[in-house]
Ligand binder design. Structure first.
Ligand SMILES: CC(C)(COP(=O)(O)OP(=O)(O)OC[C@H]1O[C@@H](n2cnc3c(N)ncnc32)[C@H](O)[C@@H]1OP(=O)(O)O)[C@@H](O)C(=O)NCCC(=O)NCCS
Length: 252
């Protein structure tokens, strides 16, 4: 009796792993067009070179704003993209995945909104955070401590998101950026971590939608959703987007 329960559990787990591996292989083969003007690339190589310049223009514009006032060049931006969105082509990384979502804008800003991140190992987060921002050693210790309580070894990590100012307002832009990582986490049954500056509009949005604050360091808050929470969010966003009349590729 006990042996057959174990056998069943093993075969269920095997089926789950096979299903996930198949899903990841499929995503790495082609991007997902959620609806017109809204796409997610699952590898940096899927991003057409013609769109890189448009993404750079959007990113440069968003983070030139206060409080960031950053000065990105095409070269430093390309290095950042490669750093955050590369998957080494070796078997050990065969189940890793990145995501880069773009929402169309207008003639001046052909990319109007963007969001990217990756499925990463829990312990790589402090390194990822450090290469994006200058944090003190104490801050990194705090982030390491906070993220070490995450149950899963692998999780979905959101590196960056932004909407060019003229396209902001209303729930749709943010929903379109949040849906792909939520969809991914739901399908892979992974937790999610993202971060936001205290000054960003994103912080009150995440608070209002029930994200848990993991820790706060130097004006940056790290937010967390468990698997049940993110599944709920993915469903809510799907219904909201469909309710706003956007036809959307089905969730699960
Ligand atoms: C962060 C960012 C993506 C948010 O997009 P936005 O379009 O400005 O978001 P808004 O503040 O207009 O809010 C969008 C929707 O979220 C919801 N929302 C926002 N704040 C909310 C709150 N406190 N409670 C409940 N819902 C809220 C609402 O549905 C709102 O739609 P509404 O305006 O019709 O009510 C955008 O401001 C941006 O790109 N900022 C610069 C870059 C940045 O901060 N990046 C992230 C951190 S590094």
């Amino acid at each position: 009796m006990a042996r057959s329960i174990v056998k069943e559990a093993v075969s269920t787990e095997l089926a789950r792993t096979t299903k996930l591996a198949r899903l990841i292989r499929g995503l790495r083969r082609r991007p997902t067009q959620w609806s017109a003007g809204w796409i997610t690339y699952w590898q940096l190589s899927q991003l057409p070179s013609s769109r890189r310049g448009d993404l750079f223009r959007a990113y440069q514009n968003v983070f030139a704003e206060k409080p960031w006032e950053e000065h990105w060049t095409e070269r430093t931006f390309a290095q950042k993209l490669v750093r955050e969105l590369s998957i080494p082509d070796i078997p050990q990384y065969s189940e890793d995945l990145v995501f880069l979502t773009l929402v169309d804008g207008d003639d001046d800003f052909p990319v109007g909104a963007f969001c990217w991140g990756a499925v990463v190992d829990n312990e790589t987060i402090p390194g990822r955070v450090l290469s994006a921002r200058r944090f003190s050693g104490k801050d990194v210790d705090k982030i390491t401590e906070a993220t070490s309580h995450i149950i899963g070894k692998r999780l979905v990590y959101v590196d960056d998101m932004g909407v060019v100012a003229r396209f902001r307002g209303g729930p749709l832009p943010v929903a379109k950026l949040c849906y792909p990582p939520a969809w991914l986490a739901t399908n892979l049954q992974l937790e999610v971590i993202c971060w936001s500056d205290a000054a960003s509009r994103l912080s009150p949005i995440l608070d209002a939608y029930g994200w848990r604050r993991l820790c706060e360091v130097s004006d940056v808050a790290f937010f967390y959703q468990d698997v049940a929470g993110i599944t709920d969010k993915a469903q809510q966003i799907q219904e909201m987007v469909a309710g706003l009349g956007q036809s959307l590729k089905p969730l699960f």
